[in-house]
Ligand binder design. Structure first.
Ligand SMILES: [Fe+2]
Length: 265
């Protein structure tokens, strides 16, 4: 099938709603009937070569494929719906699709806990109605009471700085990307906090409180502050016969540096 630039044409009759999640009232925009021709997109993406290579897939618990069409019109439409201009986090931003199955799957620790993305994430759910269950869930980290991890630089007025002070941790953790990574790994994404067994974190556990489930619907776009802890919400007996299909776009509010690759969960 020939792939044209109009494949990702936006539906002029979309419906959008805004939600504010958690104590921090973190913004999430849900848009229904986002694309004009979901059927055509499904036909095209069913034939793509999906890979689990880390460069494209990162710690995402499935496979990804990309097509070389411009996502600029889509990102501009997403920006309008979000309420401010957004830019792709990775350059170039091709159209990246992801396929996930629970057939013969084995989740690692990072996949059994919520995670964060670079800044703002747009996810478009593509499954038809009969295979749309669960979605994407947002969480609070119970031991620290954090719902969100800001990007560096961290300043003394921020909750995470105050947390470090309370725990008598050196603020050297916030001086470098590496230090901040170490802080996150030990305090927030500690392996002890992950879901047990071979399960997604779903309804949460004693360390992670489910704040809100963004329900997956055919042709629904979810745009959310991806510094808020989040995860796929997938019950184990689902998606063993049919793939869970999304388009993923990593965005940022800052127009600045070029980053190559696209390997985030
Ligand atoms: Fe994510």
């Amino acid at each position: 099938m020939e792939i044209n630039d109009d494949l990702l044409e936006i539906n002029p009759n979309l419906k959008s709603q805004v939600a504010y999640v958690g104590k921090g009232k973190h913004k999430a925009v849900l848009v229904d009937n986002f694309y004009k021709d979901l059927e055509k997109i499904l036909q095209v993406i069913a034939k793509l070569p999906y890979t689990d290579h880390y460069d494209l897939t990162g710690n995402f618990p499935g496979r990804r494929a990309q097509i070389n069409i411009s996502t600029e019109p889509v990102i501009n439409a997403i920006s309008q719906l979000w309420g401010s201009q957004l830019y792709s986090f990775f350059q170039p931003q091709l159209a990246v699709f992801q396929a996930l199955t629970t057939m013969d799957y084995r989740l690692n620790i990072g996949q059994r806990a919520p995670h964060i993305d670079p800044d703002i994430t747009a996810l478009i759910y593509l499954n038809p109605e009969q295979s749309s269950t669960g979605g994407t869930a947002l969480y609070r980290h119970r031991p620290t009471d954090l719902e969100r991890l800001p990007r560096l630089p961290i300043t003394p007025d921020q909750e995470v700085w105050q947390l470090a002070e309370r725990l008598e941790l050196s603020n050297e953790f916030f001086q470098t990307e590496e230090g901040y990574e170490n802080f996150q790994r030990s305090m927030i994404f500690n392996p002890l906090f992950a879901a047990k067994g071979n399960n997604y974190i779903n309804d949460g556990n004693e360390f992670w409180e489910l704040l809100q489930l963004v329900e997956m619907k055919p042709n629904r776009l979810a745009i959310f502050d991806a510094r808020v802890f989040h995860s796929q919400y997938i019950k184990e007996d689902l998606y063993d016969k049919v793939f869970r299909m999304n388009q993923i776009i990593y965005l940022t509010a800052e127009q600045n540096t070029m980053r190559t690759g696209s390997s985030l969960a």
